[in-house]
Design a protein around this ligand. Sequence first.
Ligand SMILES: C[S@@+](CC[C@H](N)C(=O)[O-])C[C@H]1O[C@@H](n2cnc3c(N)ncnc32)[C@H](O)[C@@H]1O
Length: 261
Amino acid sequence: MSGSAAEKYERFVASWFASWADELVTRADLQPGSTVLDLACGTGIVSRAAGPLLGPDGAIVAADLNTDMLAEARRHPVADAPIQWRRADAADLPFGAETFDAVLCQQGLQFFPDRAAAVGEIHRVLRPDGVAAVSVWRSAEHNPYIAALADGLGRHVSADARETMLAPCCLGDPDELRELFVDAGFSSVDVHAVTIEREPMDAIAAIGGNLAALPIADQITAMDPAARERLIDDIVDALADHIDNGRLTSPNRAHVALAKR
Ligand SMILES: C[S@@+](CC[C@H](N)C(=O)[O-])C[C@H]1O[C@@H](n2cnc3c(N)ncnc32)[C@H](O)[C@@H]1O
């Protein structure tokens, strides 16, 4: 599969995350004219959902540590609201105190090496009545699709490959998530368990595309084609309950934390 890792992410992952982005901006109750930080923006899927809600009097700053992700993000227009793309580390944000009405962070917090510092920074850059809306996957036992890919990778590639696939689920404990915001000084924190059924799509295309967008994609590409086919067959078998006529639809489960400064 050709293209940079960021291109592959946009092609195979961002489409999956689009309904989650709609969910996040709805729960954050974004108002027209607001100023919003999309933290760990990746290729900009959350910013694209937020733009039409904010309108031309609003503003988005979309920040990510990875310049390749930002370069890919710039290729996709954000409707209605002006946007600025910035390289930034979540643990040391280059923005003044009380700059934003809302901070959105979709599937980013679990990857930050210093989560407490990042949540402290989110608190610092929010205005006094501002809100943080942050989503992270629940544990793999609640996410059969992720679990099936991880188990297949463990059997056919390596224990490390399995761990890579499970990494997005590493902050699945709702109490741990809530405590990060309480400890940072947020006045109220609600953690919601949310399930979104993935739009039905061709199972082989979904699984193959997902494997191609992983950080370990090179290892999978380097596999003997027959072995790679066995890996995909194994994952398809594990997901049999979620596949109908070759079309996959599976429940994806995340926690969405809504924290008021
Ligand atoms: C799974 S992606 C999610 C991207 C995007 N929010 C989305 O919903 O598609 C995780 C993102 O976190 C970014 N990231 C990881 N560590 C970071 C850090 N310390 N500061 C800022 N961004 C970081 C990565 O570069 C990546 O783009």
